[in-house]
Design a binder for this molecule. Structure first.
Ligand code: SF4
Length: 140
């Protein structure tokens, strides 16, 4: 059985986990002994929340609602490339900014992202989009 050390992805605390891996599948999670953040301890999410890694219903590519080959809120989900999904998102943000102003847009970011990712995200909102509407899910 292999042991792989990772940082828990569930919140910003930064607990370290030793994942026990057998036949390329995670079978157990243990808090890393003597780690300065969590010293062997894990909450329930860190201890048991790894089933999704090998889940067969896991979403592995973007989906866009389409009707007659075009984006439609009433359409069915269709698998899309990352380029297509990101271009659609960018065009919708641009439309909102052009039609309703930058303060019509809010960026609500994630406790599951690290500090650097959240920094870049708020910078995008302030410097590129032009709004201070920035929030974070850990605040609620
Ligand atoms: S084990 Fe719990 S407290 Fe530690 S980082 Fe993961 S979610 Fe946060």
């Amino acid at each position: 059985m292999d042991k792989k050390r990772v940082v828990c992805p569930y919140c910003g605390t930064g607990c370290n986990i030793d994942l026990l891996v057998e036949n390329n599948k995670i079978v157990k999670a243990e808090g890393t002994k003597d780690h300065p953040v969590n010293d062997s301890q894990l909450c329930l999410k860190g201890l048991y929340g790894f089933d999704y890694v090998s889940g067969t219903d896991r979403l592995v590519s973007p989906l866009i609602r389409k009707k007659d080959g075009k984006f439609s809120k009433d359409g069915e989900f269709v698998k899309a490339s990352w380029d297509e999904a990101l271009n659609l998102i960018a065009s919708k943000i641009k439309d909102a900014k052009d039609n309703f102003g930058p303060d019509s847009i809010v960026g609500n970011f994630s406790a599951r992202s690290n500090l650097e990712e959240n920094y870049v995200a708020q910078k995008l909102m302030r410097a590129v989009i032009g709004t201070n509407n920035v929030d974070h899910c850990a605040r609620v």
